[in-house]
Structure formats: C-alpha cells, structure tokens
Design a protein around this ligand. Sequence first.
Ligand code: SER
Length: 317
Amino acid sequence: MQEKILITGALGQIGTELTNRLVSLYGKENVIASGLERYDKNMTTAGFYERLDVTNTQLLRQVITEHQITTVYHLASLLSGTSEKQPLFAWKLNLEPLINLCELAKEGLLQKIFWPSSIAVFGKGIPKMNVGQEVVLNPTTVYGISKLAGEKWCEYYFDKYGVDVRSIRYPGLVSWKTPAGGGTTDYAVEIFYEAVENAKYTSFIKEDTAMPMLYMDDAINATLQLMDAPKESLSVRTSYNLGGMSFTPQDLANEIRKEIPEFEIAYEPDFRQAIADSWPASIDDSVAKKDWGLSYEFGIEEMAKDMIKNLRIKLDK
Ligand code: SER
C-alpha cells in the first residue's frame, strides 16, 4: 500500500527539514504538509498544504480521510520556554491531538504515527550523566509533564489496541534552515546566527551548563530509521532515548572561535536556566542503537563548521 504522509507542524524547525526528506523519499504527491499559516507557494516542498489547527479534531479527521493518510508525523507542539508562559494551552496542544490521532489509528484510519518526546521528561533528582532509558521520570516543567503524559498515552494505545505509535526523546536540535522557537536549547541555534552576523552573543544559559544536543541531519536520519524499523524490533513503546552529543555554551563558543576568531560571548541566564538545570547533561541511547541501529554523523566540530558555512550563505555574510 502506498504510504501517504501528513506532517503537522510542517513549517517548524524539524517539520521543514523532515518534509524535504520525505518528499525526496516518497514523492511530493504523497506528502501533505500542514500548519497554522495561510498557504504561500514557497512555504513547503510538499505536494499539498493544509491549513490545520491540530486542536480542531473534526478538521484533523477530515484531512486524514480526504487524503487517505497512512502515516502522520505529528510535530505540532509548544516547546519548553513557551509552555511555561501558557501552561494550560501547552497541555491542550501537546496532548489532545496526539490522543485524537491514536483514536483515528485505533479506528483503522491510520497505520503509523510518529510523535516527538524530549529530554524534558527526566526532570529533577535524576543523575546528570549518561541517563538511561529506564530511570524514574520526574519532570518539573509543563513541557516535561506533557511529554511524559504523551509517552504513557503512546504506550497505552500500543498495549491496549496495537496502535503503532513511535517516539524519540529528542535532545536540543541545532539547525540552520528554520529557526527554533521557544525552547531552552535554542541558545545553541541563536549563537550561530549572532556569531555569523555580529561576532558576539549573550547566552541565556550559563557557560558551564551541559545539555544533550543533536544536529538536524542526524535527527532526521534517526526519525526515519525508527519509522522504518520492523515492528518486532521495537522494545520501547513510550519513547526512545537519544543522546547525540553533550556540550556547554562555553564549549560551543570555543568551537565557533575556530571559524570566527573574534567571536565574543557573554552570559545573562534567564528563567530557562532553571529548566536546563533540571535536565540531564548527557544521555545513554544504547537501547535505540541496539533496537533499530541509531548512529550519528555529526560531532560538535562538524556541526559548527556546517552551521557557519550554511549561515554565511543564507545570511549573505
Ligand atoms: N529543544 C526542546 C526545548 O528546549 C527540548 O525538547 O524545549
């Protein structure tokens, strides 16, 4: 059966790049992008665009039936910083559409769902280093609470109804095509824009706070690998740990200076520092490696070089 793919949040940081990859793999006529914005012909590479508020359950169902969707990459979400400002809306947006999609899959309207979780599920009192797949989860942020609840819903629908919903706990994602929006790890994207444009940056995260991070190319590869894996090989139906690399703002500044020697960094931590303090510094992702062959191509050095090279072109610097 021909896969027909719907991406929610398709104009966001992950959505834009995932859409491009899915179009190259499945052909644009089989990929439907969706988002809140009005249609503009340059906004997506997908063959179709649906203006879709994912909290509109009826419209979500309509889009899925009209296009005969088989697979949904459900990326629409509020990130950690923004969720603290709009907690009730974050809860609604981050949970209800996921549950509705699982219901549609339970009815047989969908074959597969991808849903992103986050390193935000771990939370306070958990060891900082090399945090494993099966640890006590104790999130203290609205975002983390919503992601933990979502993971449990995914597992529930799989256990009870066999719904094939797959998930990754993404670390901070670094990319140059579409800016990040509203997250705690966003400093690791902003720093590159400021470095290329102004050779200086003020970080809202302290110099020595390490967080797990991943370059977008590796994130997209991992996502597609997980979605392609045979069902029987998956032992985790909540969400898979993904570690990527681990670095601090200071490490990143040192890396940037190899390309932009005059780069200067200052530190003015804000409310997002407390969020970062409750998250792990590094993650053990051996289960994903074993179950579906997770691997990475980019370390901090390759990532920094690629970011600066591409942003120089994009920003005409
Ligand atoms: N990048 C996300 C955030 O900072 C983590 O999942 O909110």
